[in-house]
Design a protein around this ligand. Structure first.
Ligand code: A3P
Length: 352
């Protein structure tokens, strides 16, 4: 894979009043710049300096039109891993958690795990031990006991075909794309899965909204393809949870998930599971209970990956953190892209 670089020309201007931050009330003090101007004058954030106006990112690894994170399996042979996942031998009672990255996968993973065990008890193994893209070798999946709980960020067309033919259960979590964008920026900044990122504005422009670098298909295509799959899902095999609904009413959404998984539990059990999976408790469990030795030695930037999963994965866990990152101009730009991309979709996203 050629590792060419693309040069990003960014004018890293200082904070500019014309480009006010979007804030919690949604009120912008002044906004009088066009998108074109605004992207040039965009303020820099979080540990960035104004010392240079030009920097480079490595060209992302691309397969089937998707920009991929630098996981060892992808770096070694992305096509093989995609095909191995698609051809995975599945069992009828497998449960597959499928999400666009940063949509709340770890959270729902733990809820599903407790529901299937019928116990509000954390498992020592983190979700990465069952993450199809990152497992060093997919043959280990075959020796896992049933019911297997697997997870992936594969777009729908690359999901295990046998699982779909079996009518195997798919739990899909969707989160509003502005918060996904922010969460992914923080993830990628620490892990350097897409190279060294300096500021949020660049991630926003050059990766998240860039059609040539759509990470895992990009949020829009990923979710629209899922929407289509759900329309065609005659077996009722797909359940979509919304991160925001889970946050606003965790007991109700956990109950819905239990019903989908045919798990019969008391209301007290459901309440205990949703409480044990609340943000603060899960963050603590991630530090004190989970075994993070899964990070393989061939993981690029291994220390940074370790730092991320142990200290930063459970970052804020809130709805609407995008308002602390997007400028008003960015928000307008995003809304315009959203409007165009989602014009034929019935997906309802909760941005706050
Ligand atoms: P933030 O970075 O916005 O905090 P994923 O597991 O798909 O990588 O998603 C990670 C995001 O889910 C992070 O978002 C993380 O904080 C959030 N998250 C994890 N557990 C959560 C919980 N119990 N409640 C709310 N958000 C949670």
């Amino acid at each position: 894979m050629p590792r060419a670089v693309f040069v990003l020309n960014i004018s890293a201007g200082s904070r500019c009043r014309k480009n006010a931050w979007y804030n919690y009330t949604g009120v912008c003090t002044t906004l009088c710049v066009s998108h074109r101007q605004s992207s040039k004058q965009r303020p820099v954030m979080e540990g960035n300096d104004d010392s240079t106006s030009e920097w480079t990112l490595p060209e992302p690894l691309v397969f089937d039109g998707m920009a991929l994170p630098s996981f060892p399996s992808f770096l070694k042979d992305a096509r093989k891993r995609f095909e191995d996942i698609k051809n995975l031998a599945c069992r009828k009672d497998d449960v597959l958690l499928v999400t666009y990255p940063k949509s709340g996968t770890h959270w729902v993973w733990e809820i599903v795990s407790m529901l299937l065990k019928q116990k509000a008890e954390y498992s020592k193994e983190p979700k990465e031990c069952f993450f199809l893209e990152i497992l060093p070798d997919l043959t280990v999946v075959q020796s896992m006991p049933s019911p297997r709980q697997l997870n992936t960020h594969m777009p729908y067309r690359w999901l295990p075909i046998q699982h779909i033919q079996n009518g195997g259960k798919i739990v899909h979590v969707m989160r509003n794309p502005k918060d996904v964008c922010v969460s992914m920026y923080h993830h990628a900044k620490t892990t350097m899965e897409f190279g060294e990122l300096r500021d949020f504005g660049t991630f926003f422009d050059k990766l998240f909204l860039n059609p040539k670098a759509h990470i895992m298909d990009g949020w829009f295509k990923y979710e629209k393809d899922f929407e289509q799959a759900e329309k065609e899902d005659k077996l009722g095999a797909i359940l979509t949870l919304h991160y925001e609904s889970l946050k606003k009413d965790p007991i109700q959404e956990t109950r819905r998930l239990a019903e989908f998984l045919n798990v019969k539990l008391t209301e007290e059990d459901i309440a205990e599971i949703s409480d044990k999976c609340s943000f603060q408790k899960l963050r603590l469990a991630n530090k004190t209970i989970k075994d993070h030795s899964w990070i393989s030695p061939d993981m690029p930037n291994r220390e940074r990956a370790h730092e991320f999963v142990t200290k930063k994965m459970f970052r804020k866990g809130m709805i609407g953190d995008w308002k602390n990152h997007f400028t008003v101009a960015m928000n307008e730009e995003f809304d315009a892209v959203y409007k165009e991309e989602m014009k034929d979709s019935n997906i309802q996203v909760q941005f706050e």
